[in-house]
Design a protein around this ligand. Structure first.
Ligand SMILES: Cc1cc2nc3c(=O)[nH]c(=O)nc-3n(C[C@H](O)[C@H](O)[C@H](O)COP(=O)(O)OP(=O)(O)OC[C@H]3O[C@@H](n4cnc5c(N)ncnc54)[C@H](O)[C@@H]3O)c2cc1C
Length: 476
């Protein structure tokens, strides 16, 4: 699978490698600088493992001041920079290029302040997503966006990709829970955007930075909203005779004005894979499963569930199974959150990420099946149905180049379908290199030029993560 192009590395930078490394060595401690092929190998790809490039060097600073010094130096030397958190991007967002220095924030992993009176936490950008919830859990609080990769991914990467998760249906994604950042511009200037207060004057630069995929600045600290945990929460399993019936049920629940905390979808293939791994108690005799979670007091949960069950009954629901204990609830979520890992046990896969209007879910699920069959492949669908954020996992054999090419082509067809029904190329995983060349399917030339002009206002020389997001052709 080698269809995605990287820019040719600049020979003048490669020729100056030793001098550039010597310059970096003067700015950070020896343990923060990685230059050997052996150690750089750990940074040559991310979770989009079909593509890899060895970086010029890797720097892992521990302070904002170090990030600032490193960026000012690389800017002066004209060297591209690839920001990195934990490297769990599924669209190749953190994959380096041969003439670039990776600047990773994984060692900047301290919780700096928790302020319950104002419901905020200030953290260094390399703190893991789950690390924030863990830090406030004992006091009854949590950080809401919960990507399935939350044990490993950093808040920096979450901001880079505007990440979501199962519980974002009710609580919103990263951008809805981010209050402020400390960020370093490419020339080394340190800027504070937003903060602990609820609104900020001026242009919404925080909104711009969130989801900018490491192309505008390097985030070194973040202030995020923390929320009080609900009185109770109950995930319920709903089994359906077809994917279409489940998709229609999702649209009907949302259409009735009901917003559960989460509505997650799995098709028969995904249920079998996950159940075999997690023993979560999922029904194996259904074609599609919805995990719907409600929360609140017992009375509130009962009332909302009664309305959802009534709608599900109108959509041929076969099974309704409530979790009866905290252990059962945990098993249901463990299964869902380990779905990608469980799939990796049985096959190689590409995880697509596109969003469609919820009213289109049933249609799109049917069409996806047709697309994948056309290429002679299999698909497991497991995704955030409540906000129409789809994740078809296309199964293939990475050692079979023909099959790998077909998997990539099927994925691109599915993403085009998402756009064609009024959705978009990404829900939460970002564009990276994976979807870069499809951006013209979503945006007009005028739209793209406008976005590139804004990007260039931060980074006129296109040195920050330059191979990503915008098609390589026709940039100037
Ligand atoms: C098994 C699995 C499950 C997943 N589930 C979900 C899910 O449910 N929801 C979801 O949204 N995603 C999910 N993801 C994708 C991924 O975990 C997210 O995109 C995550 O936010 C990436 O965080 P990271 O720290 O690994 O960032 P990286 O992969 O290192 O980087 C991601 C992007 O952010 C940029 N970046 C990193 N650090 C900085 C910084 N300090 N400043 C500026 N830019 C920076 C990078 O350049 C890159 O473009 C999953 C991934 C895996 C492997």
């Amino acid at each position: 699978m080698n269809a995605i192009a990287f820019p040719a590395p600049r020979a003048d930078i490669l020729a100056r490698r030793d001098a550039i490394i010597a310059g970096l060595a003067g700015l950070v401690l020896p343990e923060a600088l990685i230059t050997s092929d052996n150690e750089c190998k750990a940074f040559e790809t991310d979770a989009f493992t079909a593509y890899r490039r060895m970086p010029l060097a890797v720097v892992l600073p521990t302070t904002t001041a170090e990030v600032s010094a490193v960026l000012a130096y690389l800017h002066a030397e004209g060297v591209p920079v690839v920001p990195r958190g934990a490297g769990t991007s599924l669209c190749g967002g953190a994959i380096p290029q041969e003439d670039a220095v990776v600047v990773g924030v994984s060692k900047m992993n301290r919780i700096l302040e928790v302020d319950y009176a104002n419901r905020i936490a200030r953290v260094q950008a390399g703190v893991t997503n789950l690390g924030i919830s863990n830090a406030v859990d004992a006091d009854g609080f949590f950080y809401a966006p919960d990507p399935s990769s939350q044990l490993a991914c950093t808040i920096a990467g979450n901001i880079g990709m505007n990440s979501g998760g199962a519980h974002c249906l009710k609580y919103g994604v990263t951008t809805n829970n981010l209050m402020g950042v400390t960020a370093v511009l490419l020339d080394g200037t340190v800027v504070e955007i937003g903060g602990g207060h609820l609104d900020a004057a001026g242009l919404d630069l925080l909104g711009l930075l969130c989801g900018s995929e490491g192309q505008l600045a390097i985030t070194t600290e973040a202030t995020v909203r923390i929320l009080r945990k609900a009185e109770g929460a109950r995930p319920v399993l709903f089994g359906f005779p077809s994917a279409e019936a489940a998709g229609e049920c999702v649209a009907a629940v949302i259409g009735a004005g009901i917003i559960p905390v989460a509505m997650e979808f799995m098709d028969r293939q995904a249920i079998a894979i996950v159940e075999d791994f997690a023993k979560a108690g999922y029904p194996l005799d259904v074609e599609a499963l919805l995990i719907i979670e409600v929360e609140g007091s017992d009375a509130e949960m009962d009332a909302m569930l009664a309305r959802i069950v009534e709608i599900a009954n109108r959509h041929e629901v076969m099974t309704v199974r409530e979790s009866k204990s905290a252990m059962e609830a945990a098993a249901i979520w463990k299964g869902r959150k380990s779905a990608f890992g469980a799939t990796g046990r049985i096959a190689d896969y590409i995880c697509m990420d596109g969003t469609v209007p919820t009213g289109q879910l049933a249609h799109v699920l049917k069409e996806t099946d047709g697309i994948v069959k056309k290429y002679g492949l299999r698909v497991a669908n497991v995704f955030h149905a409540g906000d129409g954020n789809r994740h078809p996992l296309i199964l293939y054999n990475v050692n079979d180049p023909v099959e790998a090419e077909k998997a990539e082509a099927a994925g691109m067809d599915i993403l085009r379908l998402c756009v064609d029904v009024g959705g978009c190329l990404t829900g939460e995983h970002g564009v990276g290199i994976e979807k870069r060349d499809l951006m013209r399917h979503q945006f007009s030339e005028t739209d793209l030029r406008q976005q590139m002009a804004i990007r260039a206002a931060f980074d006129p020389a296109w040195l920050l993560n330059p191979a990503k997001v915008f098609p390589l052709e026709g940039r100037s």
